[in-house]
Design a protein around this ligand. Structure first.
Ligand SMILES: *[C@@H]1O[C@H](CO)[C@@H](O)[C@H](O)[C@H]1NC(C)=O
Ligand SMILES: *[C@@H]1O[C@H](CO)[C@@H](O)[C@H](O)[C@H]1NC(C)=O
Length: 442
């Protein structure tokens, strides 16, 4: 009965939707003038043969987040991850499962479950729907993914089926999100500056488990070292960068136009594809080829940047189409709310999303030449995008700027910041230092 009421409510809302996304940034949104934490403290919490976990900003309860380093084969990396963080992984996956199961889906509007998934849930239940998704995507998923997940299960003692189910969640939900790729005349250094702002769920457990997970793969000729801005125990990627100065952005498309065609359920989960881009590609062309050749599933806008060459592509991505978009051929075409800007490719919250796109456009134009500082202070804060986490990639300078939503354990008494990542203190991470962190010797 509960599932039925969910489905009816959701169907009602989806037919009531206009073709454009609704909502808009607050016209009085303040800039984010908080000074960036340039040199975060890093305190070693735990280490094992193939792993080490640090707390970044360990001196501040409100701004601390985990940095996890992993070495070895995919299984060994998973095992180290699981061993070091067994209780955190158990907590995150169990509480996420309970969050999904306990709430009525209409109480989770930020997850924006698509209709096909709700139909499966109504018919057969949540476990079945997630298992069905795992089955439909398994043959398109790299075997190393399953090895690593098995390692996490063995190391942590958390049920493998639960780990796999929660990994299907991004494929069955949609984040709103925004992205920017800017270079040449549009940035102060002329190098690539890229934004990934994740607008997803800030009510559930996600905000309590932020983890920058670094894979040290230098000894493996088939894998590139990379870093995943994710959650403890989560090994797909929505946000990340690699040691070859490449980085990703992503937006779930809830408001497509008819150029997207139909979605498919049978293909590679996009979080696995994005991970493969970072872990297996070291060139811009290689990344584009991988995306073109993928068995694609749902409607997305992806972003891939390469700071070696200052190139950036947004990608119109669906089962039917793959279109590489730059500042010279910005899509969708609309001079009213998505006007081209020289050397900047941008998307605010969705494909057809005038209210956010227009504010983003105006902030970009007002702040050229862009720097990480003016992106954080004005562009992101005034567009009010990136509620859960944000990465500003300045990889030519070996820097990434990160911000995370306020944790639920933090009552906010120690700072005067808002709760959303875009309102909070950003932390600069030196990516060269990150990738050269030494393996613990035992
Ligand atoms: C998924 O695949 C397994 C193994 O083939 C099978 O036992 C299970 O019934 C499948 N589940 C669903 C929901 O398709
Ligand atoms: C641009 O968007 C507006 C709505 O904001 C719409 O009325 C107009 O037809 C669009 N123009 C094009 C070229 O699609």
């Amino acid at each position: 009965m509960r599932f039925l009421s969910i489905a009816l409510t959701l169907k009602y809302f989806s037919t009531a939707h206009a073709a454009y996304c609704s909502g808009s940034p607050d016209p009085d949104a303040p800039p984010n003038t908080l000074p960036t934490q340039q040199n975060p403290t890093q305190q070693l919490l735990r280490s094992v043969e193939n792993g080490a976990v640090y707390s970044a900003n360990s001196n501040s309860d409100s701004h601390s987040f985990l940095i996890t380093h992993l070495w070895g084969t995919p299984y060994e990396q998973g095992f180290a991850h699981g061993t070091m963080m067994a209780s955190e992984i158990s907590d995150f996956f169990t509480s996420t499962y309970e969050y999904l199961g306990d709430a009525l889906v209409e109480e989770l509007p930020q997850l924006r479950f698509p209709e096909w998934f709700l139909d499966l849930v109504v018919e057969k239940g949540l476990d079945w729907a997630l298992d069905w998704t795992a089955n439909a995507t398994a043959e398109f998923t790299a075997p190393e993914f399953f090895d690593e997940l098995k390692g996490i299960a063995d190391g942590s003692g958390v049920d493998y089926a639960l780990l796999l189910r929660i990994h299907m969640l991004p494929e069955a939900t949609k984040g709103a999100c925004s992205m920017i790729g800017a270079a040449d005349t549009a940035t102060a250094t002329s190098n690539l500056l890229q934004l990934r702002a994740l607008d997803w769920d800030v009510d559930g457990p996600f905000k309590d488990h932020a983890n920058l997970i670094v894979y040290h793969n230098d000894n493996d000729p088939d894998r590139v070292s990379w870093a995943n801005i994710a959650w403890t125990g989560f090994i797909g990627s929505v946000t990340g960068f690699n040691s070859q100065k490449m980085s990703i952005s992503e937006i779930g498309v809830t408001f497509p136009d008819d150029t997207f065609g139909k979605e498919s359920r049978h293909g590679i989960p996009f979080v696995n594809l994005l991970r493969d881009v970072l872990e297996k590609e070291s060139t811009f062309q290689g990344a584009d080829n991988r995306i073109t050749d993928a068995d694609r599933t749902c409607n997305l806008i992806l972003g891939v940047g390469d700071a070696k060459t200052s190139q950036f592509n947004a990608v119109q991505y669906s089962a039917d189409v793959v279109n590489f978009i730059t500042s010279d051929n910005l899509l969708p075409v609309n001079d009213t709310w998505h006007a081209p800007i020289t050397d900047i490719t941008y998307f605010g919250m969705d494909w057809l999303c005038p209210a956010y796109s227009e504010v983003l456009h105006d902030q970009l134009v007002a702040n050229v030449p862009l720097t990480p500082a003016n992106m954080i202070e004005d562009v992101i804060a005034i567009t009010q995008t990136g509620n859960l986490h944000i990465a500003v990639y300045d990889l030519a300078e070996n820097n990434v700027y990160l911000s995370f939503a306020r944790k639920s354990s933090d009552d906010g008494k120690n700072d005067r910041e808002g709760d959303m990542a875009f309102e909070r203190t950003f932390t600069r991470i030196d990516t060269a230092a990150l990738f050269s962190t030494p393996q613990p010797s035992e």
